[in-house]
Design a protein around this ligand. Sequence first.
Ligand code: GLN
Length: 224
Amino acid sequence: MPIAAGEMAREPTAAARGRAVAHAPAIGVLALQGDVSEHAGALCALGVEVVKVRLPADLARIGALVLPGGESTTLQLLIEAAGLRSPIAARLAAGMPVLGTCAGMILLAATVLDGRPDQWSFGAIDLAVRRNAFGRQVASFEEDLELDGVAGGPMHAVFIRAPVVEAVGPGVAVLASISMSGDGVHPVACREGRVTVTAFHPELVGDHRFHELLVADAVAAAAG
Ligand code: GLN
């Protein structure tokens, strides 16, 4: 179920934030490859306990998970080698909140275009994404994004060999989009239920609103 835009736009008071963090379960960061320490740093800055997830047993300690950026093809091999594919899929199917950034977005999408023939994904959000869609010439860029339904003004977004969203299912809320020259407007931040994905890297810019959203989701999921 997508969360209503109005619900997300409510600015939490500092006291409400403090209460949320006090009741937050530990948050996992998949720690096999990619920008793990940046995500862990963002979550630590919010005051939550962070668990670096490397083994299936680590999943038992967490109430939500970050799938970081990196290289989705490498990540999927490492996930399988660590025996984490089925246990993560099971937690996602049971409603564990998750934030996937860049390669993490690819790993969560229902459909991956331009993937390797053996590319798989968790299919936790009803999106079709295309890998490396910005091409090699303009592989990385930065842009200030208007966010829809997330309070606090535009967010500075860093795109690094980012995937692009080509199709969005009916239950998916688009939180931000960008115009690609000659190729129209594409979503770059989406949410379906408690699954949130960004094509860019919120962990790199010191703006923790997507991590706050994950912590709030973890608190809500723990409350049942
Ligand atoms: N291009 C990478 C992939 O396909 C994603 C890049 C990133 O996470 N910064 O997995």
